[in-house]
Write a protein that binds this ligand. Structure first.
Ligand SMILES: [Zn+2]
Length: 307
């Protein structure tokens, strides 16, 4: 227990500083709590108390609460969560994981710690797309061996992580070669071409349904943005596959008020072998589509951007 030495020369007693991070709010909060403990201790101990006495009282109280008795048990040494990568570890296996899977790992670890004081180490890691399937083995007892995956499963028995990345890939416009170069460069596993194609067949169906619904809603939103119900204005833009003699062209029509997609037409060389006519063809098709949907057009602005 700390004591304040009062010597005859009235020198300050030996002291040390503890740095506490925090702004003025934290400071006043901490000081207020210290003051409350100080008042309590002063009245119960019936003597003046200093900061070291307060802090020691608090720590002893906490240790007693948490560990049963004052110093019978050692505090569990917690490893630092900040770690620096060693040179030899820069090529270690990387994978994609999901928050819930991390929780599962924590639960597995806790359950093992409750029955055994061995450590769980990674024995083997197998990549399944971007998911790591990890064999964990106890350092003390060989029968303590567990399999953990960095992703949970979906009802179709596929991994959530892989589906999410397939979704990102197909909605990003990346070419397959860009995907493989990117993931191989990052070293985060790769979803095979077969699995990507299998995903795509299902995804296409859903994307088409979503697209139809989205266009339907967008047209309604655009119509309701006008005071007069005699028609809407659209803007069109064509995106060509290549700068010259494009193989295919996508023409998109946006509502003038909402800037939402009203329609989208894809024209290929099988429809017209002259690429320069693709935009006109696409735009005509859009006119027909919108008219069929009982959506009269007032004006049409053409905005064309060549990329
Ligand atoms: Zn064990």
């Amino acid at each position: 227990m700390a004591t304040e030495k009062q010597d005859s020369s009235r020198k300050r007693p030996p002291n040390f500083r503890i740095e506490i991070p925090g702004d003025e709010t934290v400071k006043s909060r901490v000081l207020e709590k210290l003051q409350r403990v100080k008042s309590y201790l002063t009245s119960t101990l019936n003597k003046p108390v200093n900061n070291s006495l307060i802090i020691e009282e608090l720590l002893d109280f906490w240790i007693k609460q948490q560990l049963g008795s004052d110093n019978t048990k050692e505090l569990h040494p917690f490893p630092s969560t900040y770690s620096q990568t060693r040179r030899q570890d820069v090529d270690q296996g990387l994978f994609v994981t999901a928050e819930k899977s991390l929780d599962t790992y924590g639960e597995l670890f806790e359950a093992h710690t409750s029955i055994c004081n061995g450590k769980l180490k990674v024995l083997k890691r197998t990549m399944k797309g971007h998911v790591a399937s990890v064999r964990l083995m106890c350092t003390k007892e060989k029968s303590h061996s567990y399999l953990w995956s960095s992703s949970s499963y979906l009802p179709n028995d596929e991994f959530l992580v892989n589906h999410r990345i397939c979704h990102a890939f197909y909605s990003s416009g990346l070419l397959p070669v860009h995907y493989t170069r990117f993931v191989n460069g990052a070293g985060i596993g790769c979803i095979t071409k077969d699995r990507r194609s299998k995903f795509f067949r299902k995804y296409k169906e859903h994307a088409e349904n979503e697209s139809v619904q989205s266009v339907h809603n967008a047209i309604n939103d655009e119509i309701s943005s006008y005071d007069d119900l005699d028609g809407i204005n659209i803007m069109t833009d064509a995106r060509h596959g290549w700068r010259k003699n494009a193989e295919d062209t996508t023409v998109v029509a946006l509502g003038e008020k909402t800037h939402k997609v009203m329609d989208c037409e894809h024209v290929t060389k099988s429809q017209d072998k002259v690429a320069q006519r693709h935009e006109r063809l696409g735009t005509q098709k859009i006119y027909e589509n919108l008219e069929n949907k009982m959506c009269p057009l007032k004006f049409m602005h053409m905005i064309e951007i060549w990329l």
